[in-house]
Design a protein around this ligand. Structure first.
Ligand SMILES: O=C(O)CC1=CCC(=O)O1
Length: 91
């Protein structure tokens, strides 16, 4: 199942910079593992925002929920999810 996911990151200024950098490094490794596994098909930066638009290919809602809640930045994200299906004009 395909999903469009929008993630907006809001790390509080009170979080020590070293801690924030460590979380971001774990986030990158986690994201790249899922990309290599074929579950995270696309990730695009939203211009001018600390946000991304991503496409996931997962078995079901439960798998997506698990993957998203295990993101190291999850506690600092606002996430929206939209399920996708084939467009009739797609070739
Ligand atoms: O920087 C972001 O948009 C948050 C993020 C998600 C996966 C990743 O590597 O960074």
């Amino acid at each position: 199942m395909l999903f469009k996911v929008e993630m907006t990151v809001n790390i509080p200024a009170s979080l020590p910079a070293e801690q924030a950098e460590a979380i971001k490094a774990r986030e990158k490794a986690y994201s790249q593992r899922l990309q290599r596994e074929g579950k995270w098909l696309h990730i695009w930066r939203v211009v001018g925002q600390y946000a991304n638009v991503s496409i996931f290919d997962v078995a079901d809602n439960q798998e997506l929920h698990t993957l998203l809640t295990e993101l190291p930045l999850y506690p600092y994200m606002a996430i929206t999810v939209q399920p996708l299906c084939a467009h009739p004009s797609a070739i």
